[in-house]
Design a binder for this molecule. Structure first.
Ligand code: SAM
Length: 257
């Protein structure tokens, strides 16, 4: 059997910065948590658990929850909430028919090895177990991505190899889930324009590190300012509040009995 491919990400997650610029990510996880419907006594895996607020919500339902995430910094933050959190990428799952459900919020679009991951999730679930997740879908942050591509092109840099995100369309991901043996109960794309708590430049500093990686500090600041300038007319309101064009792909699937 070939070894799973683990892709080292250029993104460094800093729990303090994330709490200031990105707390909305877990705050907006409520609908997918409802779709999961965790029950007391269930064993649940939270894939890409981050610093753990949704993992904690699952634990509060009385379920026995394990969070996994490749960021050691986030796993420490999750452990500090009293959670069972482990440093592990989605491509490395090694559980066998152990979980009643696998849950994930805002993480799957960061996973480069989608097929290794889906294989690992299928094996991790008990027969009849459910896989409920939400992540970036086709069109997600399209305007921001386009402005980044343009700003890098102005400097002679091809953004394609720097792009860390996979934002699939609904039929494409349904087919991928089915190919891995899942039965898909529901899958839908949801437009969710999202108000940012801080500036778009701060958002770029948290989420678009990979695009900015080839640049020096000064040029990074220039690119952030340029993207802000290009997008202000469409994404910033008269009070200076930014709203980004998020699109989510939300699904509920099962490992058949
Ligand atoms: C935006 S955060 C979301 C965290 C959390 N699920 C939440 O809702 O707050 C994205 C998470 O995906 C994780 N991630 C990135 N690549 C991953 C991979 N290959 N496998 C699993 N998680 C990954 C990151 O480490 C990060 O914690």
């Amino acid at each position: 059997m070939s070894e799973p491919q683990i892709h080292i990400s250029a993104t460094k997650w800093d729990p303090t910065d994330y709490d200031r610029t990105a707390r909305f990510v877990s705050d907006l996880g409520e609908p997918v948590l409802r779709l999961l419907g965790p029950k007391a006594g269930e064993r649940i895996l939270d894939l890409g658990c981050g610093d753990g607020p949704l993992t904690k919500r699952i634990a509060e339902s009385g379920a026995d929850v394990v969070g996994v995430d490749p960021s050691a910094e986030f796993v420490w933050a999750a452990k500090a909430l009293g959670l069972d959190a482990r440093v592990m990428a989605a491509e490395e799952l090694n559980f066998r028919a152990e979980f009643d459900a696998v849950f994930s919020n805002a993480a799957l679009h960061w996973v480069r090895g989608q097929d290794e991951m889906l294989d690992g999730v299928h094996k991790a679930l008990k027969p009849g177990g459910r896989f409920v997740a939400e992540f970036g879908g086709k069109g997600n942050v399209e305007r921001v991505r386009a402005a980044l591509v343009t700003a890098l092109a102005r400097r002679g840099i091809d953004a394609l190899p720097l792009d860390p995100w996979y934002f699939p369309a609904n039929p494409e991901y349904r087919a991928r889930l089915e190919w891995h043996g899942f039965r898909v109960a529901d899958i839908r794309l949801i437009d969710r324009p999202t108000v940012l708590p801080r500036s778009l430049g701060d958002w770029l500093g948290t989420f678009a590190q990979s695009f900015l990686a080839p640049l020096g500090e000064e040029e990074r600041a220039e690119v952030k300012a340029e993207v802000e300038r290009d997008l202000a007319p469409i994404l910033r309101n008269k009070d200076g509040v930014w709203s980004v064009d998020y699109v989510r792909l939300r699904f509920a699937a099962t490992r058949p009995l």
